[in-house]
Ligand binder design. Structure first.
Ligand SMILES: O=P(O)(O)OC[C@H]1O[C@H](OP(=O)(O)OP(=O)(O)O)[C@H](O)[C@@H]1O
Ligand SMILES: NC(=O)CC[C@H](N)C(=O)O
Ligand SMILES: [Mg+2]
Length: 471
């Protein structure tokens, strides 16, 4: 089985612009700051006075647009873009987004962050009536539903179609007349709108991309909303009123960039509070606190602050190690972790270390880091994980779709501790996580999707039901 060295994969980033000269360059900048969300492929579609142009390819954004002329050719004052990490459909060019469709009467493009839970069923039904798909990703289903809709206006066709798909989606669509954005009824994925200083709107998966183009934050897209932006401005509408907030907690724990704000909560600050709560819940006598770069550094600083222990840089990450680096087997994956992280001997030698990571997925990272620290002279290594044990797969936009991949689904804390060779192993509680993020929606878990930890999925799983029950 092919697999990446990363424990958790990213989950796609979308970016769109309406009403700005240099829409292509703004989209490039926006996507660049969303690169952490997907490294398999990237693309941009621009709207040049009603004619849509597209360029996409496999690889990182800078690899895709390696020649300046490729980006320069995407002229127009609106555009959408995408960086992909696949959840449905292989890593091949046909699946790289935005997907652009040319019909005799219209053109439109779409970009999707998330994963549809009934796409396989819908696809089978659509193929039965003669539809031909040009990609194997779930995202394309929406286009077919739009074309089948009996409604006459595009926006109504879109609403009609959104009501037929399930799962996680932040969709942005570009036609010659407008930029549309729609969020699923639980708001699993983040999506934020900003305004450019010179006028014009932008929309992005994370607010760090709004900052990258100096856009001022306007609002988040809410669950069930369908928002249209055109030359007349922004119109907020709904494709459903039946909504319940369940934003993906892993966005706060691991996925999003620390400088992004999701639903008004800064990601770094929420991670720091996870570390603070973890220190309060699971203290241990030690000399120093070390975080696992990159994503657990915020939580480690919180743990250090709350425990009164010094925060030290005991591990270094090789930042030049591409995340897209694919390893064909576990042995090579393990070697790669060694390449990726190194211990700072002068810091950890002779010390009792609290090692903070944000999550354990397959357990590859933890097992090696504990050994790395011991080899560098650490006398004790106490693992503290700033989220609860990750036991259940995800179907709303992360590519962990089988329980067999998740170590905490099969082993007790004590078994994991022994496997990692740590002196102790403790996790943050669900309550500690909820209070660290601090959302206060009138919804289960204050508006967070915690299904990774407790298996309480906010929706039926449709095509994926067997992945949970059948094992
Ligand atoms: O248990 P595992 O299967 O090893 O997965 C968990 C690790 O993967 C993630 O880090 P990642 O290596 O993606 O890098 P980052 O922290 O720099 O984002 C996460 O932050 C954990 O460290
Ligand atoms: N990670 C994502 O959001 C991926 C979007 C879509 N499901 C795809 O596989 O292309
Ligand atoms: Mg990590």
């Amino acid at each position: 089985m092919l697999n990446e060295i990363k424990g958790l994969h990213e989950e796609c980033g979308v970016f769109g612009v309406w009403g700005a000269s240099n829409a292509n360059y703004l989209t490039y900048l926006g996507l660049h700051s969303l690169q952490h969300r997907g490294q398999e492929g990237a693309g941009i579609v621009s709207n040049d006075n009603g004619k849509l142009h597209s360029y996409r390819n496999l690889g990182l954004l800078s690899q895709v647009f390696y020649k300046p002329s490729l980006l320069a050719s995407l002229v127009g004052d609106s555009a959408i873009g995408h960086v992909r990490y696949s959840t449905a459909g292989e890593n091949k060019i046909e699946n790289v987004q935005p997907l652009l469709f040319d019909f005799t009467d219209e053109q439109f493009a779409l970009a999707h962050n998330g994963n549809l839970t009934n796409a396989i069923t819908l696809k089978k039904e659509l193929e039965k009536v003669g539809d031909i798909f040009k990609s194997s990703s779930d995202s394309e289903v929406l286009m077919h539903l739009i074309r089948h809709s009996k409604e006459s206006k595009f926006v109504d066709q879109l609403k009609d179609s959104l009501r037929q798909i399930h799962g996680g989606f932040a969709y942005i669509l570009l036609t010659k007349d407008a930029l549309y954005m729609a969020l699923d009824s639980h708001g699993f994925r983040p999506l934020s709108i900003g305004k450019l200083p010179e006028g014009g709107y932008v929309v992005a998966s994370e607010t760090c991309a709004l900052d990258a183009v100096q856009a001022e934050f306007v609002r988040d897209v809410n669950p069930g909303e369908l928002i249209t932006i055109n030359d007349d401005g922004m119109k907020i509408d709904h494709w459903t009123e039946k909504t319940k907030m369940a934003i993906c907690s892993m966005e706060y724990i691991y996925f999003a960039r620390p400088d992004s704000n999701i639903l008004g909560v800064n990601v770094h600050t929420s991670r720091k509070h996870m570390g603070i709560n973890l220190a309060k819940e699971k203290p241990v006598p030690a000399d120093i606190v070390v975080g696992v770069p990159n994503s657990s550094l915020s939580a480690a600083s919180g743990y250090a602050e709350a425990s009164g222990l010094p925060y030290e840089m005991g591990l270094i990450k090789n930042q030049y190690m591409g995340r897209e680096f694919i390893q064909p087997n576990q042995e090579l994956r393990e070697k790669s972790v060694r390449q990726k992280l190194a211990a700072v001997k002068g810091v950890v030698d002779g010390k009792r270390v609290v090692l903070v990571d944000d999550s354990i997925v397959r357990g590859t990272t933890c097992a090696f880091i504990v050994k790395l620290l011991r080899d560098a002279g650490a006398t004790e290594v106490h693992l503290r994980i700033a989220s609860p044990p990750f036991k259940f797969p995800s179907f709303y936009g992360i590519d962990i779709q089988n329980r067999s991949e998740l170590i905490a689904a099969h082993k007790s804390n004590e078994e994991m501790r022994q496997q990692f060779g740590a002196d102790s192993l403790e996790f943050l509680s669900e309550e500690g996580l909820i209070s660290a993020i601090g959302l206060d929606f009138d919804a289960p878990y204050k508006g967070l999707d915690l299904s990774y930890f407790n298996g309480d999925y906010p929706t039926p799983l449709y095509d994926y039901e067997k992945n949970v029950t059948g094992e």
